[in-house]
Design a protein around this ligand. Structure first.
Ligand code: T6T
Length: 322
């Protein structure tokens, strides 16, 4: 299978740093700028890689970066983190809200306290909040996943799609893009759309259930790292490795291991380090009154067994540590 590199142009709606975030600037005077990254979940290779990129860029720019995250992908837990960060009044916050609606109130605490807000990866449905968003083109990524899966299953058969929960800006778009593309393939039927939460064990149970209901299931698209790891576990348990084709979003070390082993046939990988780097740049631009780019889309690549060791793929493989 050829390597696809999807290069998304950066959408440019430039704003000066002072507008769009609400509240007055809280940038400290002489001292280095204080930035905080709030991840969607702790100890997860996508967000670890994002932190690595943000950390290196903050050091290059002489800014101080701290990182906070909820232990689970959970609105109440992330709200607690946001409330605590808001109280510390950082100059700017990079955040991946775990729900595009439920996290609007907590994020407004940040802007209300004068912090500049930049969205990294996910975003809020309310586009009036925040100065910038840096993320993959997730709808395009969903379509790429569908094209990749269709090739793998010979353009016919039943497929299923999994995402953690409804309401996550990124995986909602991936599922939508996947379904749009699958609808163009008359030989392929979408047998089910499942939401196990960001919980690999529950994803395994749901794929097990689907395999019982549809023993002729041809393929699975797991729209993020955690649902992907759960899906791979199910195929191993059911002795369906290679028989049921599996396409996943992300490229954690575990996912790459499963790709090499043939459990997974394709990974739609993102550029989390670049997302972190660009998020810091936009936050610092805002604090310095420079032009801020409202939407920045980073790249996606389809990683397969054929190209996983190619030098130009290395930057798309996620880290467990910086
Ligand atoms: O796929 C990434 C991220 O882009 C998405 O918003 C949530 O899930 C991940 O963090 C991977 O677990």
């Amino acid at each position: 299978m050829n390597r696809y590199v999807v290069v998304a142009a950066a959408l440019s709606l430039a704003l000066t740093g002072g507008c769009g975030s609400g509240g007055s600037s809280s940038s400290s005077g002489g001292g280095s700028k204080k930035l905080t990254l709030i991840q969607g979940i702790a100890n997860e290779p996508f967000y670890i890689s994002m932190y690595c990129g943000a950390k290196a860029e903050a050091a290059r720019l002489g800014a101080h970066l701290s990182v906070q995250a909820p232990a689970q992908w959970d609105v109440a837990q992330q709200t607690q983190v946001v409330t605590s960060v808001a109280a510390s009044r950082p100059d700017a916050v990079l955040i991946a809200p775990v729900d595009k609606d439920a996290m609007a109130g907590p994020v407004r605490q940040l802007t209300g306290n004068g912090s500049k807000v930049v969205f990294v990866d996910t975003e809020l449905a309310d586009q009036s909040v925040g100065l910038s968003r840096v993320s993959s083109d997730n709808r395009l990524g969903g379509r790429l996943a569908a094209q990749t899966l269709a090739k793998q299953i010979g353009d016919r058969g039943k497929v299923m799609v999994l995402a953690p929960t409804r309401g996550i800006a990124t995986t909602d778009d991936r599922v939508a893009g996947f379904k749009e593309e699958i609808a163009k393939h008359p030989g392929i039927a979408l047998a089910s759309e499942q939401y196990p939460g960001d919980d690999a064990g529950k994803a395994t149970e749901l794929v097990n259930g689907e395999l019982s209901k549809n023993p002729d299931l041809a393929g699975v698209f797991a729209s993020n790292l955690v649902t992907g790891e759960g899906s791979a576990a199910s195929l191993k348990q059911a002795n369906k490795v290679g028989k049921v084709k599996l396409i996943e979003f992300d490229a954690s070390p575990k996912q790459v291991e499963d790709l090499r082993a043939g459990t997974i046939q394709g990974l739609i990988s993102q550029e989390p380090l670049e997302i972190g780097r660009q998020g810091v740049d936009q936050a610092v631009n805002a604090l310095e009154g420079k032009t801020v780019t409202k939407h920045i889309q980073t790249r996606l690549v389809a990683v397969t067994k054929d190209n996983v060791d190619s030098p130009d793929i290395a930057k798309y493989l996620y880290k467990q540590t910086c």
